[in-house]
Design a protein around this ligand. Structure first.
Ligand code: SF4
Ligand code: SF4
Length: 451
């Protein structure tokens, strides 16, 4: 039987962290809607951690929905697929929100498209079995996940099939499915759990089998108890456990989720694998189920379009490669006091400079902040209050790392474990001097010489 508990067997929380205003009420009550097929998409050939893909189609080639349009032979990579039916255009370059320049394959939509209710039913609908899944060979599951181009949909976009590769020195005993969605504003995972919990449970069971994990735990924050109930009901008759954790930012960071749900501490600079855990996001789990049982690639994802700066916040099922601007237009456009558009949520997201930027597999939301939201005090000198240290969930020393990055003192940066920072933004949020700590640290991480 599935189990649900608030203290399973971790403490349900972690030390430090912050409690920013949640603001999930803007898009949280809105059921997932399907974005009408755009006239054109631009699909990045690198939208994952690892090697970029090479184009597998030429300009003017006709492409079908789900057809492979980019591949790579590298182990850490993921193919990309057409998210609309149409005709491939001349390749172009897009700048992603993190500043990375990537090649894209633009596709002009032509002919009959799968859209509306039919698309929703195709992606999430129908029966999702929870029994007899052991007949799928672990290697076959990993291959189907690779072929489908599945990457972590929580934002990190690490190729999921790589997480299923067995490592005899580090056996896995727990598959942890992350449904915390701790970023303020974002509600894409919440809606998925509310409306389509069945493919999440099926995908979690398949992923656990692929990774060799006996236990399956789905972790959800206690500000989403209704979603936890839906998932628990869908997991009835299985050994899937639902752990309800305290609401605290950044609970969704995999180290914090593992600590809170399982009481295991990932070492600094280590990986969940070091403590026998593989972590995937709830959306990733649903994509695994669809890939393995239906042979369907990852072409669409749920995105929250939210914030007080957008007229009608929504949760949308969108094709990969559509522009952020089209999502905002479909939600009624910007309000008069819209001041900043963020790809993702306000804590970890990146400010968008160009609304033609394409949505990728890792895009969980777009948050439009108003003038009131972004009003900040002037930056002053560090007052040595220690608040940034007090809130860092990884027990780092943000002020030292930021200074090391600012003055390019890479020895100091290494001594303070700059690379271990998960860029959660808690330090900057807590700083009374408005020092852009996480921006400095991010810059340092990008510039520090690689060994
Ligand atoms: S130093 Fe990094 S991990 Fe620590 S609070 Fe700041 S952003 Fe988060
Ligand atoms: S929180 Fe800001 S002011 Fe306080 S010690 Fe850290 S950097 Fe300095």
């Amino acid at each position: 039987m599935s189990a649900m508990t608030d203290t399973l067997p971790g403490s349900g929380t972690f030390a430090r962290g912050v409690h920013p205003p949640e603001r999930k009420g803007l898009s949280g009550p809105k059921a997932i809607e399907v974005l009408p097929t755009p006239k054109q998409v631009a699909i990045p050939l690198l939208q994952h951690t690892g090697a970029p893909c090479e184009p597998a189609v030429k300009p003017r080639d006709a492409v079908a929905l789900g057809q492979v349009i980019g591949t790579s032979q590298a182990f850490i990579s993921a193919p990309v697929h057409a998210s609309v039916a149409g005709v491939a255009q001349m390749g172009s370059v897009a700048t992603l929100p993190n500043g990375r320049h990537v090649k894209t394959v633009p596709i002009k939509a032509e002919g009959e498209q799968l859209e509306g209710e039919a698309l929703l039913a195709d992606v999430f609908g129908g029966d999702w079995p929870t029994q007899g899944l052991h007949t799928h060979e672990p290697k076959a599951i990993a291959q189907a996940v690779r072929d489908a181009g599945i990457v972590g949909l929580g934002g990190a976009a690490f190729p999921t099939s790589v997480k299923f590769a067995r490592n005899e020195a580090k056996p896995v005993d727990v598959l942890l499915v992350n449904g915390c969605e701790c970023e303020p504003y974002l509600t894409a995972d919440y809606r998925l759990m509310m409306e389509y919990p069945a493919p999440i449970v099926t995908g979690a069971l398949l992923a656990a089998h692929a990774a060799g994990a006996k236990r399956v735990v789905i972790a959800i924050e206690d500000n989403k108890r209704d979603a936890a109930e839906k998932v628990r009901a869908a997991a009835g008759g299985t050994h899937v456990e639902v752990a309800v954790l305290h609401t605290k930012y950044p609970m969704g960071g995999e180290r914090q989720t593992i600590l809170a749900a399982l009481k295991r501490e990932v070492p600094t600079g280590g990986l969940p694998l070091d403590v026998g855990v593989v972590v995937i996001n709830v959306g990733t789990a649903a994509a695994v189920a669809r890939a393995v049982l239906r042979g369907k690639p990852l072409t669409h994802r749920v995105v929250s379009v939210t914030g007080a700066g957008v007229r009608e916040p929504k949760n949308l099922l969108v094709p990969v490669g559509v522009s952020y601007g089209e999502l905002i237009d479909f939600c009624g456009g910007l309000t008069d006091d819209a001041a900043r558009i963020v790809a993702g949520g306000p804590m970890m997201g990146f400010t968008l400079a160009d609304l033609s930027t394409p949505v990728t597999k890792g895009t969980s939301g777009v948050t439009v902040l108003t003038r009131d939201d972004v009003r900040r005090a002037e930056q002053t000198n560090c007052v040595r209050c220690g608040r940034c240290v007090d809130v860092c969930p990884l027990r780092l020393v943000p002020t030292k790392m930021a200074m090391a990055a600012k003055f390019r003192d890479w020895e100091l940066a290494k001594r303070y474990h700059l690379q271990a920072c998960c860029e959660c933004g808690c330090c900057g949020y807590a700083c009374p001097a408005s020092i852009p700590l996480v921006q400095l640290i991010r810059l340092g991480k990008a510039q520090i010489p690689k060994e």
